[in-house]
Design a protein around this ligand. Structure first.
Ligand SMILES: [Zn+2]
Length: 194
């Protein structure tokens, strides 16, 4: 959709004209897809500060809506979008090594996850509250490195583990200020919350 507007007083703008480039009518065929689209747009609205362009997040959102429109599994598509939005906004968790000591988890093994510390934490460093199985870890890393959306549902357990870890990250980031978010995008964020 293209919206043309001119700035008005304060937060209000004058909408001059709107045209639709691409519609996503297919989403309306499924209640789950409608729900996932609503949650995704709410997450983006909450995370991206006003008047701050985030073209990467916008592209990811369009791809997400396109995938839902084409029948992608809604739960998995939503999780993919959340993972990518976090990464694009500078909050990708560390999943390849312990955030504290840098020790890499054994290949094919589950790891313990702590959102407040920004990723996986080895047992010697105190571990975390959640477990990410090897399958869930692998899936997350792949999703973060690509822009595709899944055509098939994921195994229930992996989907639930990723959903729980994202919810924990989300609760954690809800208290992070925009200033810290900017620092995170430049790699200076160390998991501190305000
Ligand atoms: Zn460690």
């Amino acid at each position: 959709m293209n919206a043309h507007f001119r700035p008005g007083r304060g937060e209000l703008a004058h909408l001059e004209r709107v045209s639709v480039d691409q519609s996503f009518h297919g989403i309306l065929r499924s209640l789950e897809a409608i729900g996932a689209a609503g949650v995704a747009l709410a997450v983006i609205r909450e995370r991206v500060p006003d008047h701050e362009p985030e073209p990467g997040v916008f592209d990811a959102a369009v791809r997400f809506l396109t995938s839902l429109n084409e029948g992608a599994p809604p739960d998995e598509a939503l999780l993919c979008l959340q993972i990518r939005a976090l990464a694009l906004l500078g909050f990708a968790p560390t999943l390849d090594r312990c955030v504290h000591c840098g020790k890499m988890p054994a290949l094919g093994r589950a790891a313990s996850f702590d959102a407040a510390r920004g990723g996986i934490v080895c047992t010697a460093c105190g571990g975390g509250r959640l477990i990410l199985s090897a399958g869930a870890l692998r899936r997350w890393v792949v999703v973060q490195a690509t822009s595709e959306f899944p055509a098939q549902p994921w195994p229930d357990r992996e989907r639930q583990e990723i959903r729980d870890a994202l919810a924990q990250l989300d609760a954690n980031h809800a208290t992070v200020s925009v200033r810290e978010r900017t620092a995170a995008a430049s790699g200076r964020w160390e998991g501190r919350i305000s």
